[in-house]
Design a protein around this ligand. Structure first.
Ligand code: SF4
Ligand code: SF4
Length: 496
């Protein structure tokens, strides 16, 4: 049996006898919102199934990695689900105990699977862990076992089929833009909202509809953008599924900034999805297929580096070596070679240093760390250095910056209630800075926090790091930057 929370020696927020006591979770921004994990999520499509015999032999979680956890509890205050519910089994070490049970051949019942499902995969525990536990690899392998072997209730299967038939497919997403934009521009969405039709949608479809940002034109990026002045590097740009469809302005700003900084930019056609959403959901075969297509598209591009401007995609590309480790032929080598070239846009710009002069932008900026940039890739200082390099920009730090905003890939679509609570928590943290602009580096965080802020009646401009740099390099007035970040493409529509 997996450990029973009621028998756990350490109370919520406490330590364990085997290590120093963990500090109580800091909750400076509001009370615990949900009384328990179960009350927050049961009835919202959480699974009613399990793995009776534990894990099988197909890429199970690595027992040695699980054994690295010494139960010290240092990760607890950084774990969003533990902070929300105070449940041991919704903490990293609780979940690792469940994984150890599965490895020992013990069954994982429906409750155990629910605790694993409720993990956001935010990797805050990886940052916080002094023992270097690679929880990211443990949870990904665990999810693959669950997805492959357990049968979810039909409603859950239907929703997941819808989500994974759409979001990792840029062509389908681009096709969806047409009716979506028409609805937005014609006022049909507003009419449907006023008539109460949107309220008739199931909770999770309502969550999906609410997240759709304002859509502007999306001109295709050129295949090649020459460097301005002396060419310093040739880089390939990963355009991303959600980024390319809903935030084409970010990709356009990325190519302009790279060109201004002396990089020739190649945009390979047919690059498809990087596989991040699939891998994080345990759909490992699908993720492998996507990864192979991306490798093929970039290998022939002849680039020095592959630049990514969406945190989740960047962290996935850097893990290709691990994802394709058991594939035949020379896939592991090809995957590792590609992964070694991958840089987040902030990482690359910081690495090569600026050559383009910056015009001043008098604005206070709340920089929101995307989990898959800060925790998964360790990229924290670079975006801050880049923003500070713009004269007039003043950075403000968010309280409890390490806690996820609740977006987490498709988490806010599959688990809207805890995602909403985390979104509100993050929105309050952003507002607490008193900044005039929120900056982030992930489309998921952007949609999640901006939509939550709008729903709370707080009109706050939101932009990507690279859009601030683009404005500074091109001499765009700060008023224009803020107006676009408030009401331009990518911003949330008014709450119905
Ligand atoms: S990945 Fe995030 S939600 Fe999951 S256990 Fe770690 S800190 Fe908690
Ligand atoms: S995951 Fe790391 S920080 Fe958390 S209890 Fe285990 S050893 Fe401690």
């Amino acid at each position: 049996m997996h450990p029973n929370p009621s028998q756990d020696p350490s109370p919520a927020g406490g330590g364990s006898p085997s290590g120093p006591p963990a500090p109580a979770p800091a909750l400076p921004l509001g009370p615990v919102v949900a009384a328990s994990a179960a009350s927050a999520t049961v009835g919202l499509g959480m699974p009613g199934f399990g793995l009776p015999q534990g894990f099988d032999a197909v890429q199970p979680p690595d027992a040695a990695l699980a054994a690295d956890c010494v139960h010290c509890g240092f990760c607890l205050p950084s774990c969003p689900t533990y902070v929300l519910w105070g449940e041991e089994m919704d903490s990293p070490r609780g979940r690792i105990d469940l994984i150890k049970g599965g490895l020992a051949g013990e069954g994982l019942d429906a409750t155990a699977v629910r605790h694993l499902d409720q993990c956001l995969g935010c990797m805050a525990c990886v940052t916080a862990c002094p023992s270097g536990v690679q929880y990211d690899k443990l949870i990904e392998a665990t999810r693959a076992q669950v997805e492959r072997r357990a049968t979810r209730p039909w409603r859950e299967r239907l929703l997941r089929t819808l989500v994974y038939s759409l979001f990792p497919h840029p062509r389908r997403l681009r096709a969806l833009r047409v009716p979506l934009r028409a609805c937005q521009r014609s006022g049909l969405r507003t009419l449907a909202a006023r008539a109460g039709l949107l309220r008739l949608l199931p909770a999770r479809l309502r969550a999906m509809e609410a997240l759709a940002p304002r859509l502007g034109p999306a001109p295709a990026l050129p295949r090649r953008v020459p460097a301005m002045g002396t060419r310093r590097l040739t880089v390939g740009l990963l355009t991303g599924c959600v980024q390319g469809t809903f935030f084409p302005d970010v990709n356009a700003a990325t190519t302009r900034v790279l060109a201004a900084e002396g990089c020739e930019v190649i945009v390979p056609r047919g690059q498809g999805c990087c596989g991040a959403l699939s891998a994080h959901a345990g759909r490992s075969r699908e993720a492998v297929r996507f990864a192979k297509a991306v490798i093929g598209a970039f290998e022939t591009a002849g680039v020095d580096a592959i630049v990514v401007n969406a945190a989740g995609c960047g962290s996935q590309l850097k893990e290709y070596g691990h994802l394709l480790r058991d594939e035949g032929a020379d896939w592991p080598r090809r995957a590792a070679e590609l992964a070694a070239k991958v840089r987040d846009i902030a990482e690359l710009l910081d690495e090569i240093g600026p050559v383009a002069p910056r015009h001043p932008l008098e604005v206070t900026v709340a920089y929101q760390d995307a989990c898959h940039l800060a925790h998964a890739q360790g990229v924290r200082d670079q975006p801050r250095r880049l923003l500070r390099s713009v004269p007039g920009v003043q950075l403000r730090e968010l309280p409890e910056a390490e806690i996820c905003c609740g977006s987490a890939g498709t988490y806010n679509l599959l688990h809207p209630e805890p995602a909403r609570e985390l979104g509100e928590r993050k929105a309050r943290a952003v507002l607490a800075t008193g900044a005039g602009l929120m900056v982030t580096a992930n489309p998921g965080c952007w949609m999640q926090v901006a939509t939550t802020l709008a729903g709370m009646g707080a009109r706050m401009p939101v932009a990507h790091t690279v859009q601030v740099l683009d404005a500074a390099i091109r001499g765009v007035p700060v008023e224009r930057l803020l107006a676009d970040a408030l009401d331009g493409p990518g911003t949330p529509l008014p709450a119905p």
